[in-house]
Ligand binder design. Structure first.
Ligand code: KG4
Ligand code: ZN
Length: 336
């Protein structure tokens, strides 16, 4: 069974081919156009998806050495995300499935992220606790089976990736924020500034990052930081490292607390922030110390990608979950 997966929910246009659960190709075009604006501009994102979706799909088919007539089904994300962006991949996927006379499968983007740890071996065993940390979401999920999961907690305000992006903006380090904060932090002292860790009440599975973000803002004001001045490098690196350490502490503590509470042996982390080098380093260490097995995608599959959509599509197809072609984009689609 050969599945084409399409991901266009935000600013990555990505397509991938999976054959019988094995990844054959993944082609991703990152939209650089947004860097001039310091953040994703929805209208520009949809136009860019429209322009590049055909070359990206052709690239994925070519890399997989298959022809479109070899496909058995097409999977595409129908939410959550930016409506104009989702509509491009969704409409393209439905149209292509209809043209080829094959099934179409609508995929929840958050469910797809969880599948990013199932693209390659080894895969986590059910049940496991999954932490999704992306630009729009921070979610702790108990994954009981392929399509059976329980949302344990999520952020009450900013998502982890959003906090990285906003802090990057305050520091004037550029866009995209997360990877740049990560890069500066590598040269900084994480103990330079004691930023608050928001754990909320004892045992809570919820998150909150807006207090931390505000603390960074107040600290920058108090120190008279000027992001346009040169020679700030050591200061910026120290703030990045200290902020990053606060985020990482909270994410790991909450993930391990949930893993203990639900008595699982496997833990998984996914989403754009799972590319963060300090988070990966600390997770590897803490998993060993706490005798749990850690699953984290390779870098290509942390941020949005077609491979996770194709893999989720393959599983859905195997279980007979096919979508109606009347399926519409749902920008606020929930987890279950
Ligand atoms: O999963 P993703 O590609 O898109 C969404 O579904 O939101 O996540 C994008 C987020 C952005 O906020 C980006 O700044 C963050 O992931 N990110 C990182 C790193 N790479 C990407 N955050 C921290 N460190 C990184 N290395
Ligand atoms: Zn995502």
């Amino acid at each position: 069974m050969i599945i084409l997966g399409l991901e266009t929910s935000c600013d990555e246009t990505s397509a991938a081919v999976v054959r019988d659960g094995k990844l054959l190709s993944n082609a991703t075009a990152v939209q650089l156009i947004h860097s001039d604006h310091g953040g994703v501009v929805p209208e520009l994102a949809s136009r860019a998806h429209q322009r590049i979706i055909i070359p990206v799909v052709e690239d994925a088919l070519r890399k997989a050495s298959i022809k479109k007539n070899d496909l058995d089904a097409i999977a595409a994300v129908y939410g959550p995300g930016l409506i104009g962006s989702i509509l491009i991949g969704l409409s393209f996927g439905k149209g292509m499935a209809m043209g080829l006379g094959i099934p179409f499968i609508g995929i929840n983007h958050m469910e797809a992220h969880i599948f990013s740890n199932m693209i390659e071996e080894p895969r986590p065993s059910f049940p496991f606790v999954n932490l999704t940390v992306s630009g729009g979401h921070t979610q702790l999920v108990l994954v009981k089976d392929s399509f059976e999961s329980e949302l344990l907690g999520e952020t009450l305000d900013d998502a982890a990736g959003e906090a990285f992006d906003k802090v990057a903006k305050m520091l004037g380090v550029g866009y995209p924020g997360g990877p740049l904060v990560d890069k500066f932090a590598a040269k900084g002292n994480a103990k330079a500034v004691k930023f608050p860790r928001s754990y909320l009440e004892e045992g809570s599975h919820q998150f909150s990052f807006s207090g931390l973000k505000t603390s960074v803002l107040y600290y920058l004001r108090k120190t008279g930081f000027d992001k346009t001045a040169h020679g700030n490098d050591v200061f910026v690196s120290d703030v990045c490292a200290s902020f990053q350490a606060a985020v990482v502490d909270v994410l790991i503590e909450k993930l391990l607390t949930a893993a203990k509470k639900y008595n699982v042996k496997d833990i998984a982390v996914c989403g754009g922030v799972s590319a963060n080098s300090e988070l990966r380093r600390r997770l590897a260490w803490e998993a060993r110390m706490n005798h749990v097995k850690l699953f984290i995608p390779k870098l290509d599959f942390c941020t949005d990608n077609g491979a996770m959509v194709a893999q989720a599509g393959y599983e859905r197809m195997r279980k007979g979950f096919i979508s109606n072609l009347e399926l519409t984009a749902e920008p606020n689609l929930q987890m279950n």
